[in-house]
Design a protein around this ligand. Structure first.
Ligand code: SF4
Length: 256
């Protein structure tokens, strides 16, 4: 029997960020640790980040060695062949930000640990992500907002783990943001300021394209983690998915 994933309205309806610095009293207070943790502390930290992800809505989160993340040079090509609908519209995406596979390998090899997490997608959301209905995302204001909300909902979980890791002394920790920052950050503006003026509206939020930065093959990673996966696309109708498949979005936090 098909598993019912709980729908939360904020998954598809939450406000885009406001420009400028947040009010000081809205900034959370976080304890800091000395830089340079020993192996026991690191183990404790990684488990803490898993719990943060779960507490923030992830449906599963796994600690893995960064060496287990498969990379493939074709991930770089996938940004423009076939063209991602968001190719060229954000300063964080190619061709404005691009790299080489060699650089992506060097970037990932600098990390030792990662946490892969997943967000299961409820029936109320999946039709806007796969099948003919997902064209609405690119065609309407409501579609943009829904997609932007989902990106923000997903990013927030990993960002919480990234912040905790940073203050624990893992200052290179990064939560990979999948999806265009034009939608996740600049939804209200409709165009990228960085491309126009060289200055990003959300320098503390926008992350460079993870496909370009690390070239991870997330399909292969999900399969290795035992997370059964199916292809999504305009032709893949959600009602054709088998009952034992729960669609999910994947996230990745790199640490150390
Ligand atoms: S200005 Fe907006 S769209 Fe452009 S890089 Fe910054 S966050 Fe992304």
């Amino acid at each position: 029997m098909k598993r019912k994933v709980k729908f939360k309205p904020e998954m598809i309806d939450n406000p885009p960020p406001k420009m400028g610095f947040p009010a000081p009293d809205s900034i959370p207070r976080m304890p800091t640790s000395p830089i340079g943790s020993n192996i026991e502390e690191l183990d404790e930290h990684l488990k803490k980040y898993v719990q943060i992800l779960l507490d923030n809505g992830a449906d599963d989160a796994r600690i893995i060695s960064a060496r287990e993340i498969p990379q493939d040079p074709r991930v770089l090509l996938k940004c423009h062949s076939p063209r991602c609908p968001f190719y060229g519209v954000s300063g964080s995406c190619p061709p404005h930000f691009s790299t080489t596979f060699q650089q992506a390998k060097e970037n990932l090899s600098a990390y030792n640990w990662a946490i892969a997490f997943r967000l299961d997608i409820p029936d109320e959301v999946i039709a806007s992500l796969t099948g003919p209905g997902c064209t609405e995302v690119f065609a309407t204001k409501e579609g943009f907002h829904q997609y932007g909300s989902l990106l923000r909902y997903l990013w927030r979980m990993g960002d919480a783990a990234e912040s905790a890791a940073y203050y624990d002394g893992h200052y290179f920790a990064i939560n990979c943001h999948f999806g265009p920052c034009l939608i996740g950050c600049c939804e209200e503006f409709g165009q990228c300021q960085e491309i126009k003026t060289g200055k990003c509206r959300f320098p503390l939020r926008a992350k460079p394209s993870i496909e370009q930065s690390f070239s991870p093959d997330l399909m292969k990673l999900a399969t290795r983690l035992g997370w059964k996966n199916h292809m999504w696309g305009y032709c893949a109708h959600p009602q054709d998915f088998p009952d034992d498949y729960t669609p999910f979005a994947i996230g990745l936090v790199l640490i150390e």
